[in-house]
Write a protein that binds this ligand. Structure first.
Ligand code: NAD
Ligand code: ZN
Length: 235
């Protein structure tokens, strides 16, 4: 463990945490770009799009029900719990790209799920939100209010961020002392940009990832290892 990272975190008051699929890898949820990223021969990047849903909503729903099963069966790991622990000692905000709900289940309270949540469906017409568990187990669910098709409440590739979500991170980043970037390839650029914004505003940028990412060249400290081991040591 880098002493510089431990010291910086101990001295920090405000900490911005940005997480990606890598933090949930040790809970058994595959990342999109790693091994296990394919489903029935389809790449995630070809299913998690508005075009894929327009073409074959049934296929997209089958994939999401399969992923939801994996997410619901998974348990938060030591990395998620370390981030929760950080809230007791710091003014912390967690921005996650993950939709698996594991941060919330680990008890993290100041949390922005930038890309939505695998347990929620949204009406394609009136935007009503409903827990997927209430909607029946197969096919394309219908909106209980207007009977139009519902879609997963997930921000898909090519879609713009919902009002306010990114802004909350950007506002918080301005006064962050440390920004922890955990388990993201940085290829989904907006969350990585929030982390770089924190750095430009004076935060120390600490990356936790076993492999180099798009963020690594900008990191002040790279803690090279799996989040479930590195984060508990750090926090
Ligand atoms: P990504 O799949 O592009 O990259 C994952 C990153 O995690 C890689 O840099 C990899 O080196 C790193 N990693 C792997 N194992 C790790 C570990 N044990 N500890 C720390 N880091 C580890 O993921 P992304 O950048 O988050 O973007 C992909 C998109 O896919 C996001 O929009 C996200 O919403 C979505 N996604 C979500 C989940 C989930 O909810 N768990 C899973 C897969 C993809
Ligand atoms: Zn509706």
């Amino acid at each position: 463990m880098s002493q510089e990272a431990t010291r910086a975190l101990a001295e920090a008051r405000r900490v911005l945490v940005v997480t990606g699929a890598g933090i949930s890898a040790e809970s058994g949820i595959p990342t999109f770009r790693g091994a296990g990223g394919l489903w029935e021969g389809h790449a995630a990047q070809d299913l998690a799009t508005p075009e894929a849903f327009a073409r074959d909503p049934d296929l997209v729903w089958r994939w999401y029900r399969w992923r939801r099963g994996i997410c619901n069966a998974a348990e938060p790991n030591a990395g998620h719990r370390a981030i929760t622990a950080l809230e007791a000692s710091h003014d912390a905000l967690t921005l996650t790209q993950n939709v698996d709900g594991l941060h919330a289940r680990a008890g993290t309270r100041r949390l922005v799920e930038l890309h939505g949540n695998i347990d929620t469906a949204r009406c394609t017409d009136c935007a009503t939100l409903r827990p997927i568990g209430e909607l029946g187990g197969a096919g394309v669910p219908e909106c209980p209010l207007c009977c139009e098709p519902m879609r997963p409440h997930i921000l898909w590739f090519g879609e713009t961020y919902w009002d306010g979500t990114l802004d909350r991170g950007i506002g918080f980043a301005r006064d962050a002392d440390v920004c922890l970037v955990v388990g993201t390839s940085g290829q989904v650029t907006a969350p990585a940009q929030v982390a770089l914004h924190a750095k430009r505003c004076g935060a120390l940028l600490i990356e936790v990832n076993p492999a180099a990412s798009e963020v690594t060249p900008f990191a002040d400290i790279w803690l090279r290892g799996p989040a479930g081991q590195v984060l508990p040591d750090l926090v």
